[in-house]
Design a protein around this ligand. Sequence first.
Ligand SMILES: Nc1ncnc2c1ncn2[C@@H]1O[C@H](COP(=O)(O)OP(=O)(O)OP(=O)(O)O)[C@@H](O)[C@H]1O
Length: 288
Amino acid sequence: MECVAAVDDNSETPLLTVKDLNKRYGKGCPACETPEMLAGDDNRCPHCGSVWACIHVQFELYAGEILGVVGESGSGKSSVVKSLYFDEDVHSGVATISAYKGGKVNIFSESAQQKRYIRNYLMGMVYQNPLMGLKMSFSSGGNIAEKLIASGMYHVGNIRKRAGELLEHVDIPLSRMDERPKNFSGGMQQRVQISKALANNPPILLLDEVTTGLDLSVQARVLDLIRKIQREFEVATIVVSHDLGVIRMLADRTVVMRHGRIVEEGLTDQILEDPQRAYTQQLVHSLL
Ligand SMILES: Nc1ncnc2c1ncn2[C@@H]1O[C@H](COP(=O)(O)OP(=O)(O)OP(=O)(O)O)[C@@H](O)[C@H]1O
């Protein structure tokens, strides 16, 4: 396996650069070969039902920051992070990571083996649905161990020590390390997912609607934890949420998506206090 460079600590250089990311679900037809062929700003083909979920998406993620991705349901937010984590193939686009081959290689074009490497060492992902991020038949410690083993750690004692440390970081008592997350509450399951995502100290963390569906008090605790963890691990984070309250609490900068496109971007305070686009204004007013 090819070696990668150390994390670039030059804060002026983006850690992650995404350019012209296009993702289509469905086979497409002559009427929707490119997103521009669809009428207006709609992203669904009326003929074949294919959806352009990401259209010319581009943004940068800098070391240590939290970037929010907000938009209504179906706007393409999850597709962005699923594409970056290789859960979904992209139609076209370029993504580079400064800590990977000097930021000179498009990760979407890499081999399956290199993509596994990137998933294991350079990114962590937390899904809205814990069933996607955790194996419910494994213990919590076993879930973390899976990630550690994938990165070449085989010593059982070391694995247990590291898993214990990670669980402590997310306030799961060590006494529950051997218990299956199936028995845990929703908030605890999300916390186990977060510890698993951070197992190999990745420079990039992807959070996809991680508090959606949780009770408000549980949500607040998970959000607090994310802020704490993000500071401690200094991990650049992309937070996907339809909830501007979550974005307000977490994100330094925010991009707003609609029908697969980024329609507005800026500092989160700016977006919330002085939204420029009508769509963002509607979103913000629905929060007030
Ligand atoms: N596996 C899939 N097959 C077909 N279409 C899909 C698939 N996944 C997503 N889509 C479509 O792609 C578009 C973007 O979906 P995506 O899940 O990225 O949006 P989202 O903004 O994250 O919304 P939500 O918060 O509801 O998940 C939607 O129109 C959705 O119906």
